[in-house]
Write a protein that binds this ligand. Structure first.
Ligand code: ZN
Length: 394
């Protein structure tokens, strides 16, 4: 096998010579590395990608680009992009030639791609184009076990979509207190991704909740709003509860999210047992008529709404920013935080609604839709809900 050994030896020698040549070339080229070489079809040897957790200058420096090279790249890019505004969600891709020079620098921010390529003469040509967005659809369904959050998370529904789902039904279902084990849920959503696979937007297209306590609720997107299968808008004058799912989940996101709460009815209102500090939302648009201390109610907020309605929120630990007498508040605004001020045995929200001074059973109040669609729009909404239900019953 002498022959083979000789060939192997020759091969190694050739390889060593090649490697030496490459090292020599790269040593040589590293001196030129950061000089633009002109758009004459260089091969790309290496692409470096990442996110802007630091400045563009630091990124380029870490890639070994010298002062003059960094200056030229930054200056060229700054003409069309404010470099101080680059954030970790913005990304870059730098490609280097076999000679180590920058063949292109691409920065992606706000769905725009800024591409720099060297020009003859030492400068860079910048082109800006819209990032290509891909649309996709997804569906999920399941039964409640413990809470909406846990059940949907376990089925792979992204957190943002769970919150959107809760928002869509927030006028008719209180997902904090009215969810029961075995309730069925289903939803279809659309999402758009950029070329890196990052989700840039998502929206629920159809949703169903069928619960022991809530009955069957349906929704489908149409013209920026949501409608049930009869074509009625899901929006109503009152939110189903003063403890709003989205507000609470964002409040507890860094602590512990306890989405199962309870309510009690010891009087003509409702007591919501919730941890101290839980945000309390205005159930309807209105005006603050009282925000202060009132005997056994402790810290109390009273809102006046249209048509003779009034809502009150007692035992608060503190007030929300907009909770000042005379101020307007919007439905869902945080007007205070759960506490146990006044005569209270533990943290809870004392919530009451009155109509022309007479206490109402808020939980039994008739749900009133704020609008309807008819004709082809209604048919489309109904078809979208039917398609979801058919798909998840398989
Ligand atoms: Zn009470």
């Amino acid at each position: 096998m002498h022959f083979l050994r000789e060939r192997t030896a020759r091969f190694y020698l050739a390889a060593a010579l090649c490697a030496a040549a490459i090292v020599a070339l790269s040593l040589f080229s590293s001196r030129l590395a950061n000089l633009p070489t002109g758009p004459d079809g260089e091969e790309v040897l290496r692409v470096s990608t990442g996110a802007f957790t630091t400045s563009l200058d630091q990124v380029l420096k870490a890639e070994g680009i010298d002062d003059a090279g960094r200056y030229r790249l930054s200056k060229a890019l700054a003409a069309s992009l404010d470099l101080r505004r680059l954030r970790p969600q913005d990304t870059y891709a730098i490609s280097f030639s076999t000679w180590g020079s920058v063949v292109s620098l691409s920065v992606t921010r706000d769905l725009k791609d800024y591409l720099l390529v060297p020009e003859t003469g030492g400068g860079y040509e910048v082109s800006v184009r819209q990032v290509e967005i891909k649309s996709s659809a997804a569906r999920a369904a399941g039964a409640i076990k413990s809470s909406l959050w846990e059940s949907m998370s376990a089925a792979g529904v992204p957190p943002a979509v769970i919150l959107d789902y809760a928002d869509i039904f927030s006028w008719s279902v209180d997902f904090l207190t009215e969810v029961r084990d075995g309730d069925r849920w289903a939803l279809a959503w659309e999402y758009r991704t950029d070329p890196s696979g990052k989700v840039v937007s998502q929206a629920v297209s159809a949703a169903v909740y069928d619960g022991a306590e809530t009955g069957r609720k349906t929704a489908a997107a149409h013209a920026g709003g949501y409608y049930d299968e009869k074509g009625d808008s899901l929006r109503s004058m009152f939110l189903r509860a003063p403890l709003h799912y989205r507000r609470i989940s964002s409040y507890f996101s860094n602590r512990r999210f306890h989405p199962v709460l309870k309510y009690f009815r010891p009087h003509q209102g409702i007591d919501y047992a919730a941890p101290s500090g839980t945000p309390v939302s205005a159930v309807a648009d209105g005006t603050v008529t009282f925000a202060g201390w009132k005997g056994g109610n402790g810290r109390l907020v009273i809102l006046r709404h249209g048509s003779g309605y009034e809502s009150t929120y007692g035992h608060l630990s503190r007030f929300g920013k907009g909770a000042r007498r005379g101020r307007r508040v919007s439905q869902g605004d945080v007007i205070g935080y759960v506490g146990s001020s006044g005569l209270s045995s533990g943290p809870h929200l004392d919530f009451r609604v009155k109509l022309n001074g007479t206490p109402l059973n808020f939980l039994k109040m008739k749900y009133r839709s704020t609008g309807t669609v008819s004709g082809s729009a209604r048919a489309a909404v109904a078809a979208s809900i039917a398609a979801l239900e058919a798909a998840v019953q398989k």
